[in-house]
Design a protein around this ligand. Structure first.
Ligand code: ZN
Length: 264
C-alpha cells in the first residue's frame, strides 16, 4: 500500500523543506518516493548521502567495496574512529539511519565492475557517481548512458572539483563528450572540505531532479577552484566523434569492459 500523508514527527523534521517555495507536502512526497544510488561512500559520497538522508529521500542505495581506514577520516565524514576496519557501507548505513530512521538504506558491498554493474544499478533510480577512480567513473557513465539512466557525476582532486549531470532523455552530451577516454589515475591529495562541497552540490542537483525541477548541468559543467574560491559553469556540447554518443559510436555495450579495463 502506498503511504500517504506525513506524521507529526515528519512534518516537524521536514518543516524547513515544507516551507520552501514549490516544495510543500507534494514535493516532500516526491522526495520520499525517490530512489537514489550513490557509488562511493568516501569524501564526496559522505556529504551527498548525509544531505539526501536528511532531506528525506525515501530509498538510498550505497555501493562501496572498501573498509574504513584511518586515512579516510580526514574527509569521509560518515565514518568514525569506532568504524575502523568495518565495511564502509555498514558504517555509512548506521550513520544515515541514526540521522533519519525514515530512510530505507540498502547496501552493496562490492566494487563495481562490468560483470556486476547491471545487477547493482538496476532499479536503483538516479545514480550519483562519487567514486574515486577513472575506470569506475567511465564504467558508470557508459552503463547509465546505454541504459538511459540519469547520472550526477562529481569528482575532486587536490583543491578542485567538477560536477555534471547527464540525462540521456534531455539530449545531454554524455560524459565521454567531455573526456573521451579515462586518463591515468595517480594518487593525489584532496582537501577534505572540497570533497564536501562537491558532495553537497551533487545532493542539491539530485534533490532538484527528484522534485522534477531539472538541472542546468545537463548541458553544462561546473568546476570549483578552492584556492581562488571560484565556481565556473561552462556549456557542454555534444561531440560528433564521441565514442559513446557520437555519429558512429564505438561503444555500444559493456562487452569491451569484460577484461576490467576501459574500452579504447
Ligand atoms: Zn558523448
Amino acid at each position: 500500500m502506498v503511504k500517504t500523508g506525513f506524521s507529526r514527527e515528519e512534518k516537524d523534521r521536514y518543516s524547513r523543506n515544507l516551507m520552501l517555495p514549490g516544495v510543500g507536502e507534494a514535493g516532500q512526497e516526491r522526495l520520499r518516493s525517490g530512489r537514489v544510488t550513490v557509488v562511493g561512500a568516501g569524501g564526496i559520497g559522505s556529504a551527498a548521502l548525509f544531505y539526501l538522508a536528511a532531506a528525506g529521500v525515501g530509498r538510498l542505495t550505497i555501493v562501496d567495496g572498501d573498509t574504513v581506514e584511518l586515512s579516510n577520516l580526514q574527509r569521509q565524514i560518515l565514518h568514525r574512529m569506532t568504524d575502523l576496519g568495518r565495511a564502509k557501507v555498514d558504517s555509512a548505513k548506521d550513520a544515515l539511519i541514526a540521522l533519519n530512521p525514515h530512510c530505507q538504506v540498502e547496501i552493496r558491498k562490492v566494487r563495481l565492475d562490468a560483470a556486476n554493474i547491471s545487477e547493482v544499478l538496476e532499479d536503483g533510480g538516479l545514480v550519483l557517481d562519487a567514486s574515486d577512480n577513472f575506470p569506475t567513473r567511465f564504467l558508470i557513465a557508459d552503463y547509465c548512458w546505454l541504459n538511459r539512466i540519469t547520472l550526477v557525476s562529481a569528482a575532486v582532486a587536490e583543491f578542485t572539483g567538477q560536477l555534471l549531470v547527464v540525462d540521456p532523455e534531455q539530449g545531454s552530451p554524455c560524459y565521454r563528450c567531455l573526456l573521451p577516454e579515462p586518463p591515468e589515475d595517480r594518487p593525489r591529495g584532496i582537501l577534505g572540505s572540497v570533497a564536501g562541497v562537491l558532495g553537497c552540490l551533487q545532493a542539491t542537483e539530485a534533490v532538484k531532479l527528484l522534485l522534477g525541477w531539472g538541472s542546468d548541468l545537463v548541458q553544462a559543467l561546473l568546476t570549483y577552484d578552492a584556492l581562488k574560491c571560484r565556481f565556473h559553469v561552462m556549456p557542454r556540447a555534444r561531440a560528433a566523434e564521441c565514442p559513446l554518443c557520437g555519429e558512429n559510436p564505438k561503444i555500444t555495450g559493456l562487452s569491451a569492459w569484460a577484461g576490467g579495463c576501459a574500452p579504447l
